[in-house]
Ligand binder design. Structure first.
Ligand SMILES: [Zn+2]
Length: 202
């Protein structure tokens, strides 16, 4: 009996891993309903979905670029507002063009890094916050179907934080002139990546 149970759970693990990879590759949220599981699926979804990865890394990059206090404020604003966006999704509050919003977030956040824009802190926070709503809402709508909604959300937010940290770490090279050029180039790459998602090029 125990063996049977073990092989069954191994099989379901393999299936969910496969589903996560598919979800990441397709990065479409419209047909991802019912994909949400527990902590692991929440944790791996942003890491495997390039539309999330590039936008979330861009938040960290921009924070590092702007320096204190944006360095810590932006990576705190994003997950917080993302949770609000998720709650709106759970409540069934409609948000138009979620996919477009996520793609635009990469375009805009990549572009501000590429352009080395330094707006007032509140402008940066509002921009980051507005886009975070889309990233949260895309998954809030499927949350009620999740095996463990709280664990899924926790995993999702933790992975988001890690992606911000990766962006910050990458952005630390802006201390050197050559590093600034490199980070701006990465920002441009992120913006182009977002454009690709926007026009379904990949
Ligand atoms: Zn997603």
């Amino acid at each position: 009996m125990t063996n049977l149970k073990t092989s069954r759970s191994i099989r379901s693990l393999a299936v969910s891993a496969l589903l996560m990879v598919c979800a990441g590759a397709a990065s479409a949220h419209s047909d991802a309903a019912g994909m949400a599981g527990g902590f692991m699926s929440g944790f791996f979804h942003p890491l495997l979905g390039w539309d999330h990865v590039i936008a979330m890394v861009a938040v960290g990059l921009w924070g590092a670029f702007l320096g204190m206090p944006a360095l810590w404020l932006l990576p705190v604003v994003f997950p917080l507002v993302m949770t609000v966006g998720g709650a709106l999704g759970v409540m069934g509050v409609p948000l138009p063009a979620v996919e477009t919003g996520i793609a635009l977030s990469a375009v805009a956040l990549g572009a501000v890094v590429a352009a080395a824009l330094r707006p007032p802190l509140w402008v940066a926070a509002v921009l980051v916050g507005v886009f975070a709503i889309f990233h949260g809402h895309a998954h809030g709508t499927e949350l009620p179907n999740a095996a463990d909604p709280v664990a899924y959300s926790l995993g999702f937010v933790m992975a988001t934080g890690l992606l911000h940290l990766a962006g910050i770490a990458l952005g630390l090279v802006t201390r050197w002139p050559a590093g600034i050029t490199a980070v701006r180039a990465v920002g441009a790459g992120i913006a182009v990546g977002g454009l690709g998602f926007l026009f379904h090029a990949w």
